[in-house]
Unconditional design. Structure first.
Lengths: 142, 113
């Protein structure tokens, strides 16, 4: 059975914690370990933070987070409608950031490390969409 | 939400962190650490008790790295006290384990500075 949720909220920092908690609660419907849950929280936190910091910067707009699972495959999509990324390849380099003050440029690296699949789509002045997949292995009881 | 207490013990700034450290909560910690470092120019070391830290991402790590650079410029060291496995994993992913010490107590950190 496929199950899904979709939430939309203003792209402000106060909603980063809400987003990761909401997706963690949704993911907890699966037979998931605490380690996997923590990975998902980190990935969602990074993705939504990127929407706030890079997607919108000084402008305002909404963030849409969708999560769905069918069998053991959990897919999470985080999307903003902000500035977009001019050069996706460079943005995916570890340590790259357009805002070096206090930013480590590790957001996409963390998403990649914590999830099994990571795809990034972006268009300048249209927005950015991150698609992440976590495969939750079936576990035997006992 | 993140709560923290900050003490200066000898040449070390000792901060105990409690809660989630992310994009929204890290400015509070950054301001408090910066104020303490500015007000105590003799402080060389940063000791972070993360026993009750429940979450950290790259935004939180950025604040810690920034303050590490400040104490490094004073010839100091960075220690994490009682990092749970989840926090340790994020710290390792960021490469923080290459620049910081991981210890089981504040006392141990203070002995190693």
């Amino acid at each position: 059975m496929k199950n899904w949720i979709k939430i939309e909220f203003p792209g402000t920092s106060v909603n980063v914690g809400f987003a990761r908690a909401a997706i963690a609660h949704f993911a907890a419907q699966l037979d998931i370990t605490l380690d996997e849950l923590e990975d998902i929280k980190v990935a969602v936190s990074e993705a939504v933070s990127n929407c706030v910091v890079h997607g919108y910067r000084e402008k305002s707009g909404n963030v849409v987070v969708e999560a769905s699972y069918e069998g053991p495959r959990l897919e999470i999509i985080v999307e903003d409608f902000g500035h977009g990324i001019p050069d996706i390849a460079t943005a995916q380099e570890t340590g790259y950031t357009t805002l070096p003050e206090e930013r480590m440029g590790l957001g996409l690296t963390f998403m990649g490390e914590c999830m099994d699949e990571l795809r990034l789509y972006s268009e300048v002045n249209v927005g950015t969409k991150v698609v992440m997949v976590k495969n939750i292995p079936e576990r035997q009881l006992g | 939400m993140v709560r923290f207490s900050i003490d200066v013990i000898g040449q070390a700034l000792v901060a105990a962190l409690d809660g989630d450290l992310d994009l929204h909560t890290c400015p509070q910690l950054k301001d408090a650490l910066e104020r303490t470092l500015e007000g105590h120019p003799h402080v060389k070391h940063l000791v972070l008790d993360v026993k009750d830290l429940t979450f950290i991402d790259s935004s939180g790590l950025g604040v810690i790295l920034g303050r590490y650079r400040a104490v490094q410029a004073r010839g100091g060291k960075l220690f994490f006290v009682k990092a749970n496995p989840h926090i340790q994993r994020v710290l390792r992913l960021s490469g923080m384990h290459r620049i910081a010490g991981f210890v089981d107590s504040t006392k141990e950190a203070l002995e190693r500075v």
